[in-house]
Ligand binder design. Structure first.
Ligand code: SF4
Ligand code: SF4
Length: 187
């Protein structure tokens, strides 16, 4: 079973392994565009049609994939405040992929916050969840790239093409979360 351990399945902020990406991501978009965000460039895929159909597949393991939802430290705090839970009740420490510090716990392969098919902490869910089926890679200090996960999201191919404004909005969210996590984005 594949696990979210590579840059392709979680928004990590380290250099891309381009050779691996070429092999792994079979649904790579053909074209990329970019926009400026203050002092950095952000690449995003074009030609991607997507709309979430709320199937909750990205909130649980599948027969071929072990879902790993990584969490930033301030996201852990927000979830604690929202739910009244202690961090260890819904997450485990995860030191291998900074700036993430925790990983969401699951029960029977499902995120603990998946209740009756919906996210019970929707307003404070981690950016790992907000970004799905994309994740953000940091190529270097001045360039980021939104990538498509290799897992099959049922919303892909639906609705209209995602716009530059959509990815700009995602990047604004990333900036807010990462700055709170103490990341220096050199913006
Ligand atoms: S797998 Fe895709 S369509 Fe299903 S809930 Fe997640 S983002 Fe939405
Ligand atoms: S936090 Fe919410 S959106 Fe994220 S995996 Fe859990 S149930 Fe799904």
């Amino acid at each position: 079973m594949g696990r979210d351990s590579s840059p392709y399945t979680t928004p990590v902020f380290r250099a891309l392994d381009l050779s691996t990406r070429k092999v792994t991501c079979t649904r790579r978009p053909d074209r990329w565009q970019s926009f400026r965000y203050l002092r950095v460039a952000v690449d995003y895929p074009t030609g991607i049609h997507w709309k979430c159909v709320c199937c909750a597949t990205c909130c649980q393991n599948t027969s071929t994939h072990e879902r790993c939802v990584r969490i930033l430290p301030q996201e852990v705090s927000r979830i604690c405040l929202e739910t009244g839970l202690k961090s260890q009740e819904f997450s485990v420490r995860f030191a291998d992929s900074p700036p993430y510090t925790h990983e969401m716990r699951k029960s029977n392969g499902k995120c603990l916050f998946l209740q009756r098919g919906a996210c019970s902490i929707y307003n404070v869910r981690p950016i790992t969840c907000v970004f799905y089926p994309f994740f953000l890679n940091r190529n270097d200090d001045t360039r980021f790239r939104f990538e498509l996960t290799p897992e099959r999201c049922k919303g892909l191919g639906l609705a209209s093409e995602l716009s530059k404004e959509y990815f700009r909005h995602l990047f604004t969210i990333a900036k807010q979360h990462l700055e709170l996590a103490g990341e220096d984005l050199v913006l």
